[in-house]
Design a protein around this ligand. Structure first.
Ligand code: BG6
Length: 476
């Protein structure tokens, strides 16, 4: 007996900048992903001042989905996908971000892609901004520090909502909008908000200000989208890794609660339309003097999302410091503890399938909205042996997570729209810029040095997932 509803959206997820390549094709502008170098687990990606010569920028060419999309969609259709989550590269539509008119060649590319997907009855699921914005908006306006971004973003959203209103139903506004929360690391602030700290800048203030403008832009986009097509389902997209207390000590439990609050408050705003009380107090105590107007608060109330889209990769365990200050909110490295009950991926990410069931319940209890797991997966090294890739470790990871997802639906009554594992086809890692950190069920012949003929090949997980989809999750 299947445990999932009919019409459950089995799919795969990617993001424009991580697979398309064609960074200057069809009049595309430079995006923030185009100024990030390659790295690895030990070497962080560098953000360069514009595009420099003789520098490795893995997103420039990626896996050339731009040139291969027909062949790739055909493979996705063979896999039996019901939906395909990708994003629209803002820079294909508005190359600099502040143009008056959109770029027709960019709009046409997504028309072609969506038509190709729909030909095989694969629904496009679209993120408006997935770690990407025009670099010009960063260099000229300071990125999301600047309120003007709200207008640029809503204009972009309006254009694509109108253009694709008959082809796309499910939308998300900002990918992992909460990725920048608490962490305050350089990479996350840049990919979310186009911000590189200036000397002396209060970076926490900038992060909260940028987040506020993004939340207002997101709420406006929800209202604009519903006016264009009342059938649109417009969701949030957050990174959802639960924080567990390392021990039953009340201080550790409180620390875990703080950690959840500080990483998940974006969902409070996007689902309830209001900031949580503790955050108001925090803003006051810090004397941030944020630009939050009464009109903004009305917009937030009127633009709550239809569903919660989220990524789930790992859980975290946290420990209170001995002299924990009461306003300490981040999931800082010094508070992170390795959970001894869990194993790790090749990149050190903890593997916790039960955490997925936990977070599905947590979201449901708190917000009572439909949920959509729009990313989940295992980044791993794959080996091609006699032309085959036996990625049993990936199958085991996905199977264990799907089992927990099915329990959440069948036993706990969670309202779940679909499941789109991340990087269904190998692509450039967002965190490290690597190709060799692979998530796909389709292997792409390209390595971290850019070597390879870009040919595509099914991994063992491809046939396994095909059966999962065709049995609506009954046969794992
Ligand atoms: C999510 C992002 O954070 O995780 C994706 O939405 C990203 O863009 C994915 O690729 C996996 O992370 P990474 O760093 O392994 O690519």
């Amino acid at each position: 007996m299947t445990k999932l509803p009919d019409g459950f959206l089995w799919g795969g997820a990617v993001a424009a900048h991580q697979l398309e390549g064609g960074w200057q094709a069809g009049g595309k502008g430079v995006s923030i992903a185009d100024v990030m170098t390659g790295g690895d687990n030990d070497t962080p990606r560098r953000i360069t001042n514009g595009v420099l010569p003789d520098t490795n920028y893995p997103n420039h060419d990626a896996i050339d989905f731009y040139g291969h999309y027909k062949e790739d969609v055909k493979l996705l259709a063979k896999l039996g996908l019901k939906c395909f989550r990708t994003s629209i590269a803002w820079t294909r539509i508005f190359p600099n971000g502040d143009e008056v008119e959109p770029n027709e060649a960019g709009l046409q590319f997504y028309d072609n892609l969506f038509d190709e997907l729909l030909k095989y009855h694969i629904q496009p699921i679209i993120t408006l901004s997935h770690f990407e914005m025009p670099y010009h908006l960063v260099s000229e306006y300071g990125g999301w520090r600047n309120r003007k971004m709200i207008d640029f973003f809503t204009k972009f959203a309006t254009v694509v909502f109108k253009r694709y209103k008959g082809k796309v139903k499910y939308w998300m506004t900002f990918n992992e909008i909460n990725n920048q929360s608490g962490l305050l690391n350089e990479w996350a602030l840049f990919t979310n908000s186009g911000i590189v700290a200036k000397p002396g800048e209060n970076i926490a203030r900038s992060m909260y200000q940028a987040s506020h403008y993004e939340l207002v832009a997101s709420a406006l986009a929800v209202q604009i989208g519903h006016n264009i097509n009342p059938n649109f389902q417009i969701g949030s997209m957050v990174a959802a890794g639960p924080s567990y207390p390392v021990s039953p000590a009340p201080q550790d439990v409180m620390k875990a609660e703080r950690s959840m609050q500080s990483t998940q408050w974006y969902t409070d705003v996007q689902c309830r339309g209001t900031y949580p009380a503790w955050l108001h107090r925090y803003f006051e105590r810090e004397h941030f003097g944020l630009d939050i107007t009464l009109a903004d608060l009305d917009v937030l109330r009127a633009g709550t999302v239809d569903y919660i889209g989220f990524s789930y990769y790992a859980s975290h365990a946290v420990k209170a410091a001995a002299d924990e200050p009461d306003d300490y909110m981040s999931r800082a490295p010094e508070n992170e503890v390795t959970n001894p009950t869990l194993s790790k991926s090749d990149w050190g990410w903890l593997i916790d399938p039960v955490g997925l069931r936990y977070i599905l319940n947590w979201f449901t209890d708190r917000y009572d909205k439909p949920l959509f797991i729009v990313e989940n997966g295992l980044g791993a090294f794959d080996r091609v042996e006699d032309g085959a890739i036996h990625d049993i470790y990936r199958i085991e990871y996905l199977r264990a997570h799907i089992e927990q997802m099915e329990l959440a639906v069948a036993i706990d009554g969670v309202d779940l729209i679909g499941y789109t594992p991340w990087g269904i086809i190998d692509l450039v890692s967002a965190g490290t810029g690597q190709m060799d950190k692979r998530y796909g069920m389709i292997y792409v012949d390209k390595d971290d040095n850019g070597e390879g003929d870009l040919s595509r090949r099914k991994k063992d997980s491809f046939n396994w997932f095909k059966t999962v989809i065709s049995t609506n999750g009954s046969k794992l």
